[in-house]
Design a protein around this ligand. Structure first.
Ligand code: UDP
Length: 328
């Protein structure tokens, strides 16, 4: 079922992959992005692109007043250490802007909302895999800013009849299988992005942040999900809301974990080269293991991943990085 949708942050990594799939599924897509971290060239051609800020209420009113059926809200700041250094900036950019966007939705009668949240709302969990009903214990301003937005959504939905889906992303990685887009973020902090920067000669070595965690090889375990599968989960979520489905909070991952060393080994295999590494102290705020229980999203959406393959994830990330370097 297609509709007219607003995609905030549609020039960013996950937003742009999703916008492409929404267009492919026949939706009419408007992208709003201030290009603070996004890249204009990532936004798909078939979308109407508006460069502007979420804090611009007049702009929001114009866009939402033009007959938007649903909002997919990706825009936000995502770097955990930055959020520790600048909590108020994160609460403004993530929480306050979501507040303004929700208010504009209510006033303009837009009553379907999909929100990008994060597995970091679970904090340092006692056990994994994590269910959506497990306790949330954010340990960074970033995670708190996202959880506050989740709560605003819940309460706004109860008061105003809005229906929403919160998608809690685990570790998103990889790039478009056709090579059209990938992770372009400047100053990335993510493992796979940094590892491909080493393989493409942009960095000398990769730090392994801690090898004394209580995991199979001592390094951190994460549930890596291919960005194409995550984008597809959004398209399915939109279908769910357009068909009258109820509000939901759902994990997005594959339900299985890989260690840092396993990720490095997969990349070395794909690249057929060693990645120079050094063991460094644990990174503040990191936890030993985050793996999703994905029964909810499977049950509600019937969603099944198509690219559940660590080598495919790292290969598409590496191919994209090589292409990006050649183009620059
Ligand atoms: N990590 C690492 N070296 C790096 C970046 C990350 O060892 O240069 C580890 C990190 O400690 C964690 C895992 O890789 O165990 C995933 O980290 P990432 O920053 O990609 O995602 P996060 O789980 O923090 O959102």
């Amino acid at each position: 079922m297609s509709g007219r949708v607003l995609v905030t942050g549609g020039a960013g990594y996950i937003g742009s992959h999703t916008a492409q799939q929404l267009i492919d599924a026949g939706n009419d897509v408007v992208i709003l992005d201030n290009l603070s971290n996004g890249d204009r060239s990532m936004a798909p051609d078939g979308a109407r692109f508006v460069q502007g800020d979420l804090a611009d209420r007049g702009l929001l009113d114009d866009i939402l007043g033009s007959g938007v059926d649903a909002v997919l809200h990706f825009a936000g700041s995502i770097v955990v250490p930055d959020s520790v250094a600048d909590p108020l900036g994160y609460y403004r950019n993530n929480t306050l802007n979501t507040h303004g966007l929700l208010q504009a939705c209510i006033e303009r009668g837009v009553d379907r909302f999909i929100f990008s949240s994060t597995a970091t709302v679970y904090g340092d969990p006692a056990s994994t895999p994590l269910r959506e009903t497990d306790p949330t214990q954010p340990i960074s301003p970033y995670a708190t800013s996202k959880l506050m937005s989740e709560w605003m959504l819940r309460d706004t939905a109860a008061a105003h009849g809005l229906r929403y889906v919160v998608l809690r992303y685990f570790n998103v990685a990889g790039a478009d299988l056709k090579g059209r887009r990938g992770q372009a973020s400047r100053n990335a902090t993510h493992l796979i992005k940094l590892a491909v920067e080493v393989l493409t000669g942009q960095r000398d070595r990769l730090s392994i942040f801690g090898d004394d965690y209580p995991t199979s090889d001592g390094t951190g375990v994460r549930d890596y999900i291919h960005v194409t599968d995550l984008a597809n989960a959004h398209v399915r979520t939109l279908d769910h809301l357009m068909a009258g489905g109820a509000s939901e909070v759902m994990n997005c991952g594959y339900g299985k974990g890989s260690t840092v060393r396993q990720v490095i080994a997969a990349l070395e295999c794909v690249a057929n080269r060693r990645i120079p590494t050094e063991v460094a102290p644990r990174r503040p705020g990191d936890v030993a293991e985050l793996v999703a229980d994905v029964s909810r999203i499977r049950e509600v959406l019937g969603w099944r991943p198509e690219h559940d393959d660590l080598e495919l994830i790292v290969r598409t990330a590496l191919d994209w990085e090589r292409k990006r370097i050649r183009a620059s």
